[in-house]
Design a protein around this ligand. Structure first.
Ligand SMILES: *Cc1c(COP(=O)(O)O)cnc(C)c1O
Length: 368
């Protein structure tokens, strides 16, 4: 049996008729950008997250970049994020011209609020917690540290659509939040896409201009913006899929909780704390024999990934920031021990069983 890490074709087959109908409707209507499909999707997405506004953009990275720019981040400022994220969390900050700083993570793999104060300087203007793997960071404490110093929060919620913490959804904690609709995310469109959420009316207005050249109407630009919009066809597909998202996320959780039950004690498994509702965008186990286990699983037909093997502060792109090996010990240990097992909404019970049995058939040396 071959268990693929993701299987996007299966989702298409579930929705094929509806997607083709949307494609037909948008195409024959001839309205492809900034039209009624986008407006509807934005309203639905905002309601889903429990915020006042959602703004569709071209991808999740732009969602982060535009949020930071609209909050005024720029040269002379600093912003902090986690070093164990996808590259975009880092470049979104660096691209504003602000200085990029990292802060180590905790056992939940998310920004550690206890270490944040050491990373804050009098130039810090924004903190970008990443809700890695679909698990919301410790936002109550992070919010309290940020509020002490008048610092804005932009959530990197790219992996966390539908996740919540103490009843509050990802995307509703910060001044703004960036989501990705990339095909590898829990809610995906047929190409690149992204969404910004905010409950700040004037920030939402600014963001709508930013994504559309800085235009306030057809001919007048209030400032130099960029062109980063969510196309009508993607928005239409987003609306279709948003209706299924809770069921799909529930399936992610079902598979993940089954893995955890069966694999606890064999490898380190993720455990939701009180009030946490993770959507398991990724299901990451930890073991010192990560590379050997990955090889063993590959031989048994189970595809795995490491998200992510090289911490951001050790990237060539970060060489001028003054960090090195040892700067963020928790993050660096994670990079050497994490392994993502296949979890997706269309994974079958038989496939999940094969994954579990394949892990169990590996001969671990010296325990967890
Ligand atoms: C996917 C991802 C992004 C970027 O989203 P794109 O839509 O690919 O630009 C940013 N941050 C995190 C944590 C991600 O997983």
């Amino acid at each position: 049996m071959r268990v693929r890490f993701v299987d996007l074709g299966r989702q298409y087959l579930e929705l094929r008729e509806e997607i083709l109908a949307e494609f037909d409707e948008v195409s024959s209507g001839g309205w492809f950008v900034l039209g009624p499909k986008l407006q509807r999707f934005e309203e639905e997405f905002a309601a889903f997250c429990g915020v006042r506004h959602a703004v569709g953009v071209a991808n999740g990275s732009d969602a982060l970049l535009l949020s930071l720019l609209a909050l005024g981040l720029g040269p002379g400022d600093e912003a902090i994020t986690a070093p164990n994220s996808f590259i975009a969390s880092a470049w979104a900050i660096a691209r504003t011209g602000a200085r990029l700083r990292f802060c180590d993570v905790g056992e939940d793999m998310n920004l550690d609020p206890d270490k944040l104060r050491d990373a804050i300087t009098d130039r810090t203007k924004a903190i970008m917690p990443v809700h890695l793997t679909g698990r919301v960071a410790r936002m109550e404490e992070i919010g309290a540290v940020a509020a002490e110093s008048g610092i804005s929060i932009v959530e990197d919620a790219a992996q966390a659509v539908g996740a919540s913490r103490n009843g509050i959804k990802a995307g509703a904690f910060g001044s703004a939040a960036g989501f990705s609709l990339h095909p590898l995310k829990n809610l995906f469109v047929h190409g690149d896409g992204g969404v910004i959420t905010t409950s700040d009316d004037s920030l939402a207005e600014e963001l709508r201009r930013y994504r559309n050249h800085g235009l306030k109407n057809r001919d007048e630009a209030a400032f130099w913006g960029i062109n980063s919009r969510l196309d009508e066809i993607h928005a239409a597909i987003g609306s279709l899929k948003l209706k299924r998202l809770e069921a799909w996320n529930a399936r992610h959780r079902e598979v993940a909780l089954r893995y955890s039950e069966e694999l606890a004690g064999i490898v380190e498994v993720p455990v939701d704390g009180p009030g946490e509702f993770s959507v398991y965008h990724r299901y990451m186990i930890r073991t010192p024999q990560r590379d050997e286990l990955a090889q063993h699983l590959e031989e048994r037909g189970v595809e795995t990934k490491v998200n992510y093997p090289i911490p951001l502060h050790l990237q060539e792109a970060a060489k001028d920031l003054g960090y090195g090996p040892g700067s963020f010990p928790v993050c660096e240990k994670l990079a050497d021990t994490i392994l993502s097992l296949p979890v997706h909404a269309h994974l079958t019970d038989e496939e999940a069983t094969h994954v579990i049995e394949s892990v169990k058939s590996f001969r671990f040396v010296g325990g967890v």
